[in-house]
Design a protein around this ligand. Structure first.
Ligand SMILES: NC(=O)c1ccc[n+]([C@@H]2O[C@H](COP(=O)([O-])OP(=O)(O)OC[C@H]3O[C@@H](n4cnc5c(N)ncnc54)[C@H](OP(=O)(O)O)[C@@H]3O)[C@@H](O)[C@H]2O)c1
Length: 266
């Protein structure tokens, strides 16, 4: 009997990283589910499902996974790429800053002036919904056969390591989710299970493997890629991460055309 194709779910899928990651995985035989606010469900086809969703509501994330399961099957790769972006701002991405994709920047001289509603919305998009997505992904991974990838990738940036005065809430969200990815990678990798349950047989360890990554594209000198981020490089690199046989470093700083590069903390 022919096996069913693997499924990737990309949350926060837009014209750059989202589309390129979708293309790279489709080329590997994956069916693709995309979720963002502006997608129209009627544009779905047999290979690609579009889900209209707002990640500022963490309670909506479970429903996204239900729709993917009903239409394509359980996802074995989940990419969380959502970050609060006012509709349309990506189209004017021209400056060498992270601001082009980090929503409205705050006053750098007065970061505590961010309205609570904005701070809370951005924290939901950057962290709380990513946490729920990781929970749902882990449940999905547990029900998939061993040969599936079982990989969760969160698109990050350098803000988990440093501050940018105008991007307080973006940095809070990236830092918090980096912590979640680091904790999950340690706990749920083969090594984590071996540590918690030293007597588990190898077969059980294989069944429980799940991988979690915080991916961050950098320039070759370790500085942020900023507006030069490459959707194509993300697609290629995320496929490589999904094909890893075991959990690599949770923090995947990478350089276009090079791959993983470790940099000293910023
Ligand atoms: N390494 C670096 O230096 C660097 C630099 C810039 C950005 N980044 C990272 O790259 C990621 C963004 O990449 P990109 O600019 O190429 O994005 P993209 O894949 O082109 O699109 C991201 C999409 O997220 C969706 N989104 C935003 N808010 C949402 C919400 N509330 N609910 C659902 N979807 C939402 C938007 O679509 P809708 O409008 O349709 O909702 C947007 O098109 C971010 O995680 C960011 O941190 C890294």
């Amino acid at each position: 009997m022919a096996s069913t194709p693997p499924v990737i779910l990309i949350l926060g899928s837009g014209p750059n990283i989202g589309q390129h990651v979708a293309r790279a995985f489709a080329a590997k035989g994956y069916k693709v589910a995309l979720a963002s606010r502006s997608l129209k469900e009627e544009d779905s086809n047999a290979d690609q499902v579009h889900i209209s969703a707002d990640l500022s509501d963490p309670h909506s994330v479970k429903g996204i996974f239900s729709k993917v399961k009903a239409s394509l099957g359980l996802p074995s790769v989940v990419v969380y790429n959502g970050e609060h972006v006012p509709h349309g701002s990506l189209l004017s991405k021209s400056t060498d800053t992270l601001e082009a994709s980090a929503g409205a920047p705050n006053n750098p001289a007065d970061p505590l002036s961010i309205p609570l509603a904005d701070f809370s919305r951005d924290l939901h998009v950057n962290t709380t919904s990513a946490f729920v997505a990781a929970q749902q992904a882990a449940l999905s991974f547990d029900r998939l056969p061993d040969h599936r990838s079982k990989t969760f990738i969160y698109t990050g940036n350098i803000l988990n390591e440093t501050t940018i005065a105008s991007l307080l809430d973006g940095g809070v969200g990236k830092s918090a989710t980096a912590h979640i990815m680091r904790s999950a990678a340690a706990a749920y990798s083969d090594k984590g299970f071996k540590y918690a349950f030293p007597s588990l047989p190898l077969a059980v360890l294989k069944l429980t493997k799940r991988r979690f990554y915080y991916a961050d594209e950098r320039k070759a000198d370790g500085t942020p890629a900023y507006s030069k981020i490459s959707g194509e490089a993300h697609g290629k690199f995320y496929v490589e991460l999904a094909e890893h046989k075991s959990q690599g470093p949770w923090q995947q700083t990478f350089v276009k055309d090079v791959g993983y590069r470790h940099f000293p903390a910023a």
